[in-house]
Write a protein that binds this ligand. Sequence first.
Ligand SMILES: [Ca+2]
Length: 252
Amino acid sequence: MRLMRLTLAAALLAVASTSSAAPNLIKQERVPGGALEALWQAGFDTDRNLQPFTMLPSDPGYANPSGDHTVGVLTNTVQDSGGIALAATDPLGQADYEWEGWFFTGAGNTRRGLVFRADPNNDFATHYQFVINSGLFQILLRKLVNSTPTVLGSWTSNTLPGGVPAQNTWHHMKVRADANAIRVWFDGFELTGGTPIIDSTSPLLTGFVGCYNFRFDLGNVPTYWDDFMLSNDAVVPARGISFGQLKSGFAR
Ligand SMILES: [Ca+2]
């Protein structure tokens, strides 16, 4: 009897937790114990993939948000090779999702940020990117199609509640893509203000998620990343289950 009550309580809890749109974790990258937990691929025909790294106390990024001192490092190529790096991971069949992660500003000397809906069939040269430019003042939502960019959204970081990000500080970026509607957040502040940007011109509807580091005239710049998370909304039951129905299921 006691066991049944406990089981019923657990079942009720499960029903309660699926009755709202709770985030459903698909994949994450925390670099646990100093090793990557996800499979990453390098883009743009470079060998610059995300690398696991355990920081020493002397590292400016040492006090990372989770406090585990382990990060993924993405270093861009030398300028003769384009000064670029992109690392991406498979969204495991998901197309509509939230993709978020922490990045370290460092010297703020490259364009860096999240990529999503990145096409694995052309080395990820087609993707959306939510990035902060070198100088840390301009934030952009861009679409690249075979490397040709279009700006979909543009903001200046002095409009953020926390102001212009300082060098050598950790910040959080998040994107949400639902079909052709895109919303973006910086440090929990929604730059899109609840109104998605709609990409009505050949929107990218599926693809990998990852991170990006670029500056055409400065290479070998390491960028630090941590606590990437890919999630979507949990399935919401179309019709609620009554307590009676639930209890009858346990009466047999
Ligand atoms: Ca970590």
